[in-house]
Design a protein around this ligand. Structure first.
Ligand SMILES: *Cc1c(COP(=O)(O)O)cnc(C)c1O
Length: 371
């Protein structure tokens, strides 16, 4: 029997979450953002659940190739554009649309030989100060691109830094609208947080770009959680209890003896550790589901194992039968066989991070399959 850890990618949840994004922006087309190997879900495993998207947005050229290899003939957008001249050949060959965020990318296009002019998304730095032309330089970049025979259609794009929180999007919206008012072309502005929290048609525009929401994590947790947005977890990380220990008061668990029992207790040892992508920084008290019952981790997470408190199971009248197929299911995040859900966002919070980081960090050694 292989080590009993498994990631399951829920096709129906992806479908549902994509439909939620679409419902939030009913007049827009939807890019399913599948960068970082579909946020750790695996592009090939997620594809079926996301095929109702209008296009796939990503940034790695090899991932673009993989989307085409799946038979996707619709739009594919490179969110960071090309990194060197020869990437443009792949764009021509695979019909990839690409972001243009700097002068060097326009220089590369100007010397690119192609019979098929490219569709580009011209990116404005409206305040995030990562990628894009400043508002002052945006129009001259547009004029320069528009004069190139290598360019067919220019779409206009920006990215919000605070769509998930109180600062909101108003300041960046004002900049973008003022600079682009009389420019032709389609617009794309909204990530998940903007799509859900700022659904005004002007913000939703022609294309929305949800990522995290389609994977079932709330873009604005803990302000809202996934169920508030009617999002379903697209990834379940499941394992099993492979041993139990009965602790007496005063006995401790794991490296560093960071947890010491104050009374007799039964613990389960789970086949999941930081080498599987479970954060080592999660301390005692991180929520976990055992046979659908919510309990907590105890002690330090080690490379291949972690420990859980079995007290709540006994209270729920559950008896563990080690080695039986159905029993001893441990859900690190996602959905249990009993239907109970543990939000990845909640676990992430115990690690001082976001659901994004946990799903992207699922380790390659964890076998994954789509249901
Ligand atoms: C990653 C990314 C998105 C998606 O962001 P989420 O917060 O996951 O919805 C949208 N647009 C761009 C440019 C991105 O890089």
């Amino acid at each position: 029997m292989p080590r009993p850890i498994q990631a399951t990618i829920h096709t129906e949840s992806l479908r549902h979450n994509l439909a939620r994004a679409r419902a939030a922006a009913p007049d827009s087309r939807v890019w399913a953002v599948v960068k970082a190997n579909a946020y750790g879900h695996g592009i090939e495993l997620a594809f079926d659940g996301l095929r109702a998207a209008d296009g796939f947005a990503l940034l790695d050229l090899d991932e673009a190739r993989r989307v085409r290899a799946l038979g996707w003939r619709g739009p594919v957008l490179l969110l960071e554009g090309v990194f060197e001249q020869r990437d443009l050949e792949l764009c021509s060959r695979l019909d990839l649309w690409h972001t243009v965020h700097c002068d060097e990318q326009i220089d590369m296009l100007a010397t690119h030989k192609t019979n098929l002019p490219h569709r580009v998304f011209l990116k404005m730095n409206s305040g995030m100060n990562r990628l894009g032309f400043t508002p002052e330089r945006y129009r001259s970049a547009w004029t320069r691109l528009n004069a190139l025979p290598q360019v067919d259609e220019i779409s206009l794009m920006t990215h919000f830094s605070d769509a998930d929180g109180a600062p909101g999007i108003a300041a960046q919206m004002a900049v973008f609208v003022a600079v682009t008012r009389d420019l032709p072309g389609e617009r794309s502005l909204s990530n998940s947080a903007a799509t859900l929290r700022h659904p005004e048609p002007e913000t939703a525009s022609d294309w929305v770009r949800p990522g995290i929401a389609i994977y079932g994590s709330a873009p604005d947790y803990p302000d809202r959680c996934a169920s508030d947005w009617d999002l379903l977890p697209a990834m379940t990380l499941a394992s099993k209890i492979i041993a139990t220990q009965d602790l007496q008061a005063g006995q401790s668990v794991g490296y560093g003896s960071s947890f010491t029992a104050t009374e007799p207790m039964r613990i389960g040892v789970v086949a999941c550790g930081y080498a599987d992508g479970y954060p080592r920084v999660c301390g005692t008290g991180t929520p976990v589901l055992v046979n659908g019952v919510r309990t907590r981790t105890i002690g330090r997470v080690s490379m291949d194992m972690l420990a859980v408190d079995l007290g709540p199971l006994a209270e729920a009248g559950q008896h563990l039968g080690l080695g039986t197929a159905a029993a001893n299911e441990v859900i690190l995040w996602g959905r249990s066989s009993q239907g109970t859900v543990l939000d990845i966002d909640e676990v992430a919070r115990h690690a001082g991070t976001l659901g994004y980081e946990l799903m992207c960090a699922l380790a390659p050694r964890v076998p994954s399959l789509a249901d």
